[in-house]
Design a protein around this ligand. Structure first.
Ligand code: GLC
Ligand code: CA
Length: 563
């Protein structure tokens, strides 16, 4: 049953413990604080939390440099606090997925320390070594401009080691069967402590061939199947959400032809084209991206996101398209990062314009996939461009007007709270928005509620509806004898949109507006004509509100082929 698959139709929320809420007053968010905030997340209506790394770490890459896979960093609490947290989530019907960062460890990890100590050490072959500086050392950096090379000489080891990311993140030799067994053990451990799966970091690099002799890394996709098999044996409903910024033609390699590899992937392709669409008011490349990423096994799902904790990566757009996005959303050099992206938060990128924010969120909630919200975006939080690299968009959650935004009682939080300008916590905070029925927070809560009442998006099939106006994106979903339709105006000017719903007979005659009273009736040639205000959006149910009475028990029955 497709509707057993919880991840296919949920609302995910991503946060890092360290910047969410500090219960013990040391200035660093912790699991106890997060546990106390679960009622907030429950009220917001999210169905799953994606937790960024919280394991012991020197913290040089915001926790993506792990030094012990089987623990909780003491700054965030203990394993006991972690289990209280997963239990608290379970009580509220919220699932937890955690980051699985196994492309590399921290150079402080005992495995690496052992590996570098001697060529005969037990863990030597857990990493990737070379005697001489490989010719490829100045190629393939993930953080150009900051990272100088992918191979670094280690004095103690008297050898060079490979690191796809920063030089304090030595790559694990993921082709080594002992490393592979350890990865499964890590997954098994956290599953046992109550998580429902993993956001797997840097998947294309994890499965690549690595080594001094490797000229062109080759992805070993079969590794993905063994991860999935293990997970499904241990816990049938656990998932892997893959971070893989790849071209659409390789998507099925990640999902697996039989749906036997990754359950979910972030849709980076749609993400970039979505920002281009919002910057240019031209929906055509986005429509193309939606079609290119349509193929996926019935059991697989896209993670649909706007911003995440990294830069907005525009690397796959054409130069001309990228320039349009830069010009509109990140014109200053200081807003850009790694020659390919923008490091700002969503709200400042969109000029704090509520109409544009709603449009962006409405698109995220109605394009094919499961929306993944970044913490703080539900209140329109800003960024602090004085902080280096991606840290600008990782500032503490703004809870209230209390000192330090109610994040901590400490005068020195781990990352400075935004306290100046229009995005300062005195203006943007949860407490204030909670009381205002028209706030971004309450709008987001309502849109999440409505999104959950439209399972057609997660489980159904989509069709793009022709409107002959590039500024308009219209999309219809059909599932179990029901259809829904969403129309978006990307332009800063009002637009009249004219289209037919595309269903046989009288089916598409009435469109019931789900968010307001203005419904639409087709004319006698079956055409709807709508007036959409600047950045306007409409959510419609096709037919009447008796749709639940019409819903079929089986898939493959659509409005045009009733039971
Ligand atoms: C992923 C993470 C990023 C991190 C990198 C190295 O790209 O999203 O934040 O720096 O992996 O682990
Ligand atoms: Ca703390």
């Amino acid at each position: 049953m497709i509707d057993d698959l919880w991840y296919k139709n949920g609302v995910f929320y991503c946060l890092s413990v360290g910047t969410y809420m500090d219960a013990n007053g040391d200035g660093i968010g912790d699991f106890k604080g997060l546990l106390r905030r679960l009622d907030y997340l429950h009220g917001l209506g999210v169905t799953a939390i994606w937790l960024m790394p919280f394991q012991p770490s020197p913290g040089k890459d915001d926790g993506y440099d792990i030094s012990d896979y089987y623990g909780v960093d003491p700054r965030y609490g203990t394993l006991g606090d972690f289990v209280e947290f997963t239990h608290g989530c379970q009580q509220r019907g919220i699932r937890v997925i955690v980051d699985l960062v196994v492309n590399h460890t921290s150079d402080a990890h005992p495995w690496f320390r052992d590996a570098r100590s001697s060529p005969d050490s037990r863990h030597r072959d857990w990493y990737v070594w070379a005697d001489k500086r490989p010719a490829s050392a100045s190629k393939g950096m993930v953080f150009p401009g900051v990272q100088k090379s992918t191979w670094t000489h280690d004095k103690e080891a008297k050898a060079w080691f490979f690191h796809r990311f920063y030089d304090f993140q030595p790559d694990l030799n993921t082709s080594n069967p002992y490393v592979q067994a350890e990865i499964l053990k890590i997954m098994g451990f956290w599953i046992q402590l109550g998580v429902s799966g993993f956001r797997m970091d840097a998947v294309p690099f994890v499965i690549s061939t690595k080594g001094a002799k490797v000229r062109t890394p080759v992805e070993q996709y079969n590794m993905l199947r063994s991860l999935r098999e293990f997970l499904q044996w241990r816990q049938g409903n656990a998932i892997i959400l893959a971070e893989a910024n790849v071209l659409p033609e390789t998507d099925m390699e990640y999902f697996g032809m039989d749906g036997d590899r990754m359950h979910m992937m972030f849709n980076f392709h749609v993400n970039q084209n979505l920002f281009y669409a919002m910057a240019s008011a031209d929906s055509r490349p986005l429509a193309k991206a939606l079609k290119a990423t349509r193929p996926r096994p019935a059991s697989a799902q896209w993670g649909l996101f706007l911003r995440n904790h990294d830069e907005l990566d525009l690397g796959r757009l054409t130069k001309a398209q990228r320039d349009v996005v830069f010009k509109n959303f990140g014109p200053d050099k200081n807003m850009q990062l790694y020659d390919r992206g923008i490091r700002r938060r969503l709200a400042p990128m969109l000029g704090g314009d509520r109409r544009r924010l709603e449009l962006a969120y409405s698109l995220m909630c109605t394009l094919p996939g499961t929306p993944v919200i970044r913490y703080g975006d539900e209140i329109g939080m800003g960024d602090n461009l004085d902080l280096p690299e991606r840290n600008c968009a990782r500032t503490p959650m703004q809870w209230s007007m209390e000192p330090q935004a109610g994040f901590t009682k400490n005068e020195r939080p781990c990352s400075p709270v935004i306290d100046k300008g229009p995005y300062g916590y005195e203006h943007i905070n949860v407490a204030k928005q909670r009381r205002d029925p028209n706030s971004m927070l309450n709008w987001t809560e309502r849109i999440i509620r409505m999104r959950k009442e439209v399972p057609e998006i997660g489980w159904g099939d989509f069709s793009l509806i022709a409107t002959r106006d590039p500024a308009i994106l219209a999309i219809r979903y059909d599932w179990r004898n029901n259809s829904v339709l969403f129309v978006h105006n990307l332009d800063e000017k009002p637009r009249e949109a004219s289209f037919s719903v595309g269903l046989a007979g009288d089916e598409g005659k009435h469109l019931i507006n789900l968010l307001s009273e203005d419904h639409s009736e087709a004319n006698n040639r079956g055409k709807h004509t709508l007036m959409l205000e600047a950045y306007g959006y409409r959510w419609y149910r096709v037919g009447g509100l008796d749709y639940l009475l019409k819903r079929s028990d089986i898939d493959g029955v659509n409005a045009n082929h009733p039971e």
